[in-house]
Write a new protein. Structure first.
Length: 120
């Protein structure tokens, strides 16, 4: 755990696996950052955490509060570096496909300009 890190890129770059054992979370920016940097992700099945994860493809999901499952997931990826590398590549690919800022912005503009955005 690193409290108050200004440049998370260095911390993520020094890690082979990204772990977020959150009990509750909105859309996790840190998970998206780890994916963008090509890291496999282990996180909980809390709604905001699980959204960008395709289990077994770019990471692993564990039940909230299940410390034994969390430890087993970490051991699995440490003991299986080929699987971890494959998930890392997939994380980067999913981040580029789903969360690229230009693509997200273009999609939002289509919604707004297409009248699908309800005026409040």
């Amino acid at each position: 755990y690193h409290r108050g890190v200004e440049d998370v890129r260095r911390v993520i770059a020094d890690s082979r696996i990204y772990v977020l054992p959150s009990y509750r979370e909105g859309t996790s920016r840190s998970v998206l950052e780890a994916m963008a940097m090509g890291r496999p992700v282990i996180t909980t099945d809390a709604p905001g955490c699980r959204a960008p994860i395709v289990p077994g493809v770019n990471g692993l999901l564990v039940p909230v509060g299940a410390t034994t499952s969390l430890a087993e997931a970490m051991i699995r990826l440490i003991d299986n570096p080929d699987e971890a590398r494959c998930m890392a590549r997939n994380s980067r690919s999913i981040a580029e496909q789903r969360y690229d800022i230009q693509k997200v912005t273009a999609h939002m503009m289509e919604i707004i300009e297409g009248g699908q955005w309800a005026a409040g």
